[in-house]
Design a protein. Structure first.
Length: 325
């Protein structure tokens, strides 16, 4: 499977067989099929005997020096959140194994049970069914956001011993980290990043109003929602890929532009609004813009998407400078 991504690499059948043998003693691989659509992890559908199972094998990236720091512990985070969601009744694939020791191959990997579903982004899902599926997703995400943590920050960073006592502390550290990498790799120049970091520091009081850390998926879009058609009806079967999850302000999720339309909120329910909330959500949007611009340029090497996301970041920053004194 070809991709220009600098962090993506195919996994040989021999490597997959070694992974399965290590994780499921006695099992043998009888089927091995690439799953398209990923640029970060490498994904395969694997069929085994002894026991007879259909599985999904996801193997982490190469060239890990290009990753954002929290991206180096994503599978640890996903395994943690997988168990958390299951315990709170949110559907997610059964976790079979997760190994980040890099002893079988020099990459992290995760094995989950295969689900006979497609992503909501798949063209096979009829357009007239999508609104109802987004509404159902809204109800599920309300349940996700009810899960409370004890500290703030990226759950992946928790595995590196990095946690924060306040949401404001996390936001200041996170923008500094992302901004520094953007300058290091020429994603944005120092003048722009200095404007961004100054904006975040000036807006710190907006983040200080957040006093409870709740679970945030932080990558919820149509590609991470599995759905299935049964007898003409479509339902959401799982929320997947919660490896970028955060404990913090729920609006860090709701500020995402990916699926937060009217059907989603019909299922999610009402949320309070205020001028300060709208400013805070724009600051979250800018964070997503910076991260997306970085990954498209540095990790995925896609000049078109890099330019699209760079322009979004510039536009979001202009809005903030026009609306925040």
């Amino acid at each position: 499977m070809y991709t220009a991504s600098k962090i993506y690499k195919d996994v040989t059948r021999a490597e997959a067989e070694a992974i399965i043998a290590h994780s499921i003693p006695g099992a043998s691989v009888t089927g091995y099929t690439p799953v398209s659509g990923g640029l970060f992890n490498t994904t395969y559908k694997v069929v085994t005997e002894n026991p007879c199972r259909e599985l999904v094998l996801r193997v982490g990236p190469i060239n890990r020096e290009l990753l954002l720091p929290y991206e180096r512990h994503l599978m640890d985070a996903e395994a943690y959140v997988n168990k958390l969601l299951t315990a709170h009744g949110v559907p997610t694939p059964e976790l079979v194994a997760c190994d980040t020791s890099k002893t079988v191959i020099d990459r992290d990997y995760m094995i989950t049970a295969y689900m006979d579903s497609v992503a909501l982004s798949d063209s096979s899902v009829p357009e007239e069914r999508r609104d109802a599926l987004y509404e159902e997703t809204g109800r599920l995400m309300r349940a996700v956001h009810a899960v409370k943590g004890e500290k703030y920050g990226r759950i992946a960073d928790f595995f590196a011993g990095i946690q924060y006592d306040t949401w404001a502390d996390f936001m200041m550290a996170h923008i500094a980290e992302v901004g520094a990498l953007c300058m290091q790799f020429g994603v944005f120049d120092a003048v722009f990043i200095n404007r961004v970091t100054a904006m975040y520091h000036n807006c710190r009081p907006l983040f200080e109003t957040v006093t409870e850390p709740f679970l945030i998926h932080a990558d919820i879009w149509a590609g991470n929602i599995l759905v299935k058609e049964t007898g003409g009806a479509y339902n959401v079967t799982a929320i997947i890929d919660a490896d970028r999850a955060v404990f913090g302000d729920i609006d860090f999720e709701l500020g995402s532009p990916w699926i937060m339309g009217e059907p989603f909120f019909r299922g999610y329910g009402p949320v309070p609004d205020s001028p300060d909330r709208r400013k805070r959500m724009k600051l979250y949007c800018l964070m997503y813009n910076l991260i997306d611009t970085y990954v498209w340029k540095v990790e995925y090497v896609n000049d078109h998407e890099y330019e699209v996301n760079r322009d979004r970041a510039l536009g979001t920053m202009k809005w903030l400078e026009d609306h925040i004194n």
